[in-house]
Design a protein around this ligand. Structure first.
Ligand code: NIG
Ligand code: FE
Length: 433
């Protein structure tokens, strides 16, 4: 196979896919590691630009005027004229529970009438209701449903996502969920990073034997890791679920099996889960609605990324939600994601989450873009691979039907996605779905 650049004319790169006449390209100024502080506002914009790729990877990006001297377009290449529109890296949804059966609209109605998330869970609803449905569903049914959700995510510009198990809570169904993720990864253009979340709740079989279920989770790590079914392990460390001490035991065992760590932290109440995530060097620490001042300080000093889920806090009626502005001002590296699941967030649109991050959590539109692309990549184990446009990065891009990137968070509830490009191939366009 011919190598990129082997037939280059002097100073030129070969390209089999190019986007030309881009009004604004958001390169994210690829650098090292997650962005925080002033860097987290810098979109690395080039106006009137081109983007070129070879075999699914970016090879060049720069001013349109330099295109003829920098790029040799191969015969048969895909050429897209962006006609002055905005191009950004494909969104990376760094926190989803996309594999599940059933819905829970009844609970949404109960919450609207005043019941709390925990009260509903205590009556056998909540996560347990989805566990019952997911245990009964066949693998084929789950694959078909998940592919449908992934299609919807793609339509809103998501090109990679993280996906958790955690609606099985026994070996058989946890593995079934992870195999569904594996199969969907094979079948769908969206790249999916799998997370094992057996520690999502205590199943009814173990209601009176917490230690018994924790031992069971620890036993599940072996088949999960030896079959390479997950990159991360996650724990719901919160009231009504796993305590800080229980979570520590589980996460330390996960690490022994080669899994990287994530924590659902301080969503319902402050329990010190964020401090635990920082202490253990978790890759991310997610939710943080009730994070403490100490937790924010520890995040700012650590490499752990705060993944904020503004659609979840909004859907739960927790206004305004996590103290995003304070975290950004304290130098925390922040990502935003959907948390797509049937209980606490039925939205799977990252642009919607960007609007909510701006309007409710105090992000600027620029910070919202960085949080949904560059930092989201680092929160998903895709740092340096996706989420920005530098040589060697994945050619995962979105063309928006606008000339001003501000419109993406500003045009609240409207889908501005025009074309989605994954690994150098247009996989979705508004006119030709
Ligand atoms: O991230 N917090 C825990 N897990 C999900 C909710 C899952 C559910 O209610 O089904 C969340 O909000
Ligand atoms: Fe979640």
């Amino acid at each position: 196979m011919e190598k990129a650049g082997s037939r280059n004319l002097p100073g030129k790169v070969l390209a089999d896919m190019v986007v030309i006449n881009i009004g604004q390209i958001l390169t994210m100024n690829p650098g090292k590691g997650p962005k925080r502080g002033a860097e987290a506002k810098d979109l690395g914009i080039i106006e009137d630009a081109f983007l070129a790729a070879y075999q699914g990877k970016v090879v060049a990006c720069g001013p349109q005027a330099a295109f003829p001297e920098r790029v040799e377009v191969l015969a048969g290449a895909t050429v897209i004229d962006a006609c002055g529109k905005v191009v950004a890296p494909g969104f990376i949804d760094s926190h989803t529970h996309v594999v599940f059966a059933g819905w829970r609209a009844d609970e949404y109605g109960m919450r609207c009438r005043g019941a709390s998330y925990l009260e509903i869970a205590e009556q056998g609803g909540g996560i347990m209701s989805t566990v019952r449905a997911t245990r009964s569903a066949s693998k084929e049914e789950l694959v078909e449903r998940t592919l449908g959700f992934l299609d919807e995510m793609l339509s809103f510009g998501t090109t990679s996502c993280e996906a958790k198990s955690g609606y099985g809570l026994n070996l058989e169904t946890e593995i079934k969920q992870l195999e569904v993720i594996q199969e969907c990864n094979r079948l769908h253009p969206i790249d999916i990073v799998p997370t094992f979340m057996g520690a999502h709740a205590f199943p009814p079989e173990f209601r009176h034997d917490r230690k018994g279920y924790i031992d069971e989770i620890i036993r599940m790590f072996e088949p999960v890791s030896s079959n390479k079914l997950a990159k991360f392990a996650d724990v719901f460390c919160d009231v009504g679920n796993f305590t800080v001490d229980e979570s520590r035991v589980i996460l330390e065992e996960a690490r022994k099996h080669g899994l990287e760590l994530k924590v659902h932290a301080d969503e319902l109440e402050n329990t010190g889960a964020t401090e635990l995530a920082c202490e253990l060097g978790a890759v991310s620490c997610d939710h943080l609605i009730k994070v403490s001042q100490k937790g924010i300080e520890m995040l700012a000093e650590s490499d752990t990324i705060a993944v904020l889920l503004p659609a979840t806090s909004c859907f739960l009626g927790e206004f305004p939600g996590a103290p995003g502005r304070q975290m950004l001002d304290s130098g925390v590296a922040v990502a935003i994601a959907t948390d797509f699941n049937p209980g606490t967030c039925t939205a799977l649109s990252i642009p919607l989450c960007m609007t909510l991050a701006c309007s409710a959590l105090g992000f600027s539109p620029e910070e919202a873009f960085v949080a949904a692309t560059w930092n989201a990549a680092w929160a998903s184990g895709l740092g340096g691979i996706a989420g920005g446009f530098g040589p060697g990065f994945a050619m995962d891009a979105v063309i928006f039907d606008t000339h001003d990137y501000m419109d993406v968070p500003y045009r609240f509830g409207i889908n501005l996605v025009d074309v989605v490009i994954k690994a150098g191939k247009p996989v979705r366009s508004k006119n030709n779905k």
